[in-house]
Design a protein around this ligand. Structure first.
Ligand code: CP
Ligand code: NVA
Length: 307
């Protein structure tokens, strides 16, 4: 039994299998074949301690289309917020569910549950990581590559906050071997443990002072909101600190001519990205959103054995 808490919980070879299956599921669904019976009536739980549109809906659809039933709860309405321990919660939920997706604050909440869970725990976003999103983004990037372009030869740029998305991109570059150029405002760098470990393995993970230095030569330009969920009180200060970390059409021109723009969404258009960039043909933001469904279906199939 495997959990999916950080991006490095799967190997490069396993991501290849996952992406191949996601592509098959995407093609089948577009031909009207929505249902398969992998989950065969089993239920998958989803705990949301933060807001969500894409993660919630794409997982609910994925679970339904795999022939399962999603059970959605927030810790506020369960006994978790009244202090029931991870040890008891995980062992109880494992008796009902075939897997559990969790969106919350600290990664420790997932690892504590994983210690006692006998079904896969899947990270639906924490302050440290957003692996389902980054796996999907890389799948989306690979869909745009020509047969001559190999993922490991590409460079991706990350502009902005060194929070969950940036940490996960760093882990992804480490697992999959592509280049990553990051430009984060001073004081908003990614997790030091994650970046130093990754940089010792992949020398193509590099930090730059400005977006204009990070973007040249990159095949995808990526950003995220200035203030993530849980950072709302810092919004005013972040608007000042991030003012030079906006993806504009001038910045996109510094990337490769075929460069794509990526954003996990939701976006604050006019802050981290301009309207013309997010609405440009280079922008794959809605493809990324759709692909969450296909990649997560493949992930659920991978983690939850067929009966
Ligand atoms: N990208 C993403 O995870 O979106 P939601 O917050 O809407 O789930
Ligand atoms: N960094 C953002 C991602 C949202 C999908 C957040 O944590 O709010």
């Amino acid at each position: 039994m495997r959990h999916y808490i950080t991006f490095k919980d799967l190997t490069g070879a396993e991501y290849k299998v996952l992406f191949k299956r996601a592509k098959e599921l995407k093609i089948a669904r577009r031909q009207g074949h929505y249902l398969c019976h992998h989950l065969n009536g089993r239920s998958v739980g989803m705990v949301f301690n933060k807001n969500s549109t894409r993660t919630r809906v794409s997982f609910e659809c994925a679970i339904n289309e795999l022939g399962g039933h999603p059970v959605v709860l927030s810790s506020g309405e369960s006994q978790i917020s009244r202090g029931e321990t991870p040890s008891h919660t995980a062992r109880v939920l494992s008796r009902y569910l075939a897997g559990l997706v969790i969106r919350t604050y600290e990664e420790k909440e997932l690892t504590d549950l994983a210690e006692f869970s006998t079904v896969p725990i899947i990270n639906g976003l924490t302050d440290e990581q957003h692996p389902c999103q980054v796996a999907t983004d890389i799948f989306t990037l690979t869909e745009t590559l020509s047969p001559e372009e190999k993922l490991e030869d590409q460079i991706v740029s990350w502009i902005g906050d060194g929070h969950n998305m940036a940490n996960t991109w760093i882990e992804a570059a480490c697992v999959l071997g592509f280049g990553l150029h990051l430009a984060c405002p001073p004081g908003y760098e990614p997790d030091k443990n994650i970046s130093s470990r990754a940089q010792s393995i992949n020398k193509k993970i590099k930090f730059f002072k400005t977006p204009a230095e990070a973007v040249p030569g990159t095949r995808a330009v990526n950003t995220d909101v200035f203030s993530s969920m849980g950072q709302e009180k810092e919004t005013a200060q972040r608007l000042i600190d991030f003012k030079d970390y906006k993806v504009t059409s001038e910045l996109m021109k510094l990337a490769l001519p075929e460069a794509i723009f990526m954003h996990c969404l939701p976006a604050h258009v006019g802050e981290e990205v301009t309207q013309d960039v997010i609405e440009s043909p280079a922008s794959l933001v809605f493809e990324e959103a759709e692909n969450r469904l296909h990649v997560q279906k493949a992930l659920l199939e991978f983690l939850i054995p067929k009966l």
